[in-house]
Design a protein around this ligand. Sequence first.
Ligand SMILES: Cc1cc2nc3c(=O)[nH]c(=O)nc-3n(C[C@H](O)[C@H](O)[C@H](O)COP(=O)(O)OP(=O)(O)OC[C@H]3O[C@@H](n4cnc5c(N)ncnc54)[C@H](O)[C@@H]3O)c2cc1C
Length: 463
Amino acid sequence: MTAPDTVRTEDLPAVVIGAGPIGLAAAAHLVEEGIEPLVLEAGPTAAAAVREWSHVRLFSPWGEVIDPAAEKLLAPTGWTRPDPAAYPSGGDWADDYLQPLADALGARVRTGATVTGVSRSGRDRIVDADRAAQPFVVHVTHADGREERLSARAVIDASGTWSTPSPAGADGLPALGEKSTADHITYRVPDFTDAAVRTRYAGKRTAIIGSGASAFTALAGLADLAKAADGGGTKGLWILRRGMSGATFGGGEADQLPARGALGLAAKAAVDEGHADAVTGFRTEAVERTPDDRLVLVAEDGRHLDAVDEVIVVTGFRPDLSFLSEIRLGLDERLQAPVDLAPLIDPNQHSCGTVYPHGHRELAHPEQDIYLIGMKSYGRAPTFLALTGYEQARSVAAALAGDTDSADRVELTLPETGVCGGAGLFDAPEQEEGTQGCCTTPKPQLLQLATPTGEPEAGCCGS
Ligand SMILES: Cc1cc2nc3c(=O)[nH]c(=O)nc-3n(C[C@H](O)[C@H](O)[C@H](O)COP(=O)(O)OP(=O)(O)OC[C@H]3O[C@@H](n4cnc5c(N)ncnc54)[C@H](O)[C@@H]3O)c2cc1C
């Protein structure tokens, strides 16, 4: 239901889309700023997306995944802060922090509420007249099928990217046959502790397409299964679009997040010990089903791989922008991240995982008072960390409250990946190491960026 005419826009709630770590943190910061949040979560519980990867252990310790404003909100509830040096699983993150936080926010969090559209009241995206003075309207479909139209003074979209994984096809479109062979394809890291999952992969030949932390986790999981009593004959086939280089397995011991570095080392061990074979320079064009119900991956260069039983596609995520089509967004044409944020996180330049401090200004759009934050703010860039999102949430909440000084005072120091130089993230196959990438040849536009004191920033590897 829309607000009656007597309700002033500033008295309406700020709608937060998504009760993930960053949406809930945004709500906590809004409360701190005296703005009433209304968090709409599509899933049946808070942190629904994180719960889907409950079995995966974070590479960040507890101390780096708890938001300061959230902690203040939790303090009076008797909540016990977990050991900051310990590493939670996704399930721990949800159970021991995110759910208590949602409980502390109480009726401000509504679950089973999927946002299907956002616009300005009475204005589609082409209408200029008096646009900024109109409240936002947010269309919601509830779990029971009921539709609702809510009014909001501002919208913070923290809906993540989990529901829109990228396909196997190297051109960003589903490979030919990818949809019709979906019964043998998963787009998530399987939970190899689950009995049904073990049965699905044990003794089978599985292709893993992707080169990031999720691919490392899947490779290591398959190797563990291969070594287990019930996993004899399990074999992985690791499909990489690029060639192998020193950076293929991440930063290893040079990673400032040791657990993130260890993922790459575990993947390397899986290959070195023969539990997985690497196939490089392979750009998947088609997936063909054999008469005995196995799958053959075909590359753009015509290569056909030996048949596999299962395929794990971990090629990243992309933002779902469909419900924002009536909003005037300013997004980078490549990354689908806010235009001023994109150059700071472009994986073609920034393999290190560092990002310049950024807040409400870099996250702004032509449409006022709407922000994409959290995982979704990075568009297709893969290096998002919760710490970044918490600082985004703080800055945006302060900006909405009119506290520009606080909103502008963004500070962020992120642990580096230890992968510096090299050919960036994507497909410049045989570049000599160190010839491209943020540490060696920073782009002029990045060199122009200055710290608040006016000093030029060090190269993105921080040296
Ligand atoms: C396997 C994995 C491991 C990671 N490990 C780390 C780590 O160790 N350290 C670190 O800093 N970061 C890590 N990250 C990255 C990042 O911190 C997490 O992905 C984090 O969950 C992002 O938070 P978010 O709130 O932006 O998005 P999400 O957690 O995805 O939350 C978004 C929420 O929005 C809801 N939603 C989606 N669409 C709608 C809609 N239309 N209407 C209403 N609700 C909607 C979803 O159900 C979901 O609950 C990891 C990510 C993954 C996938």
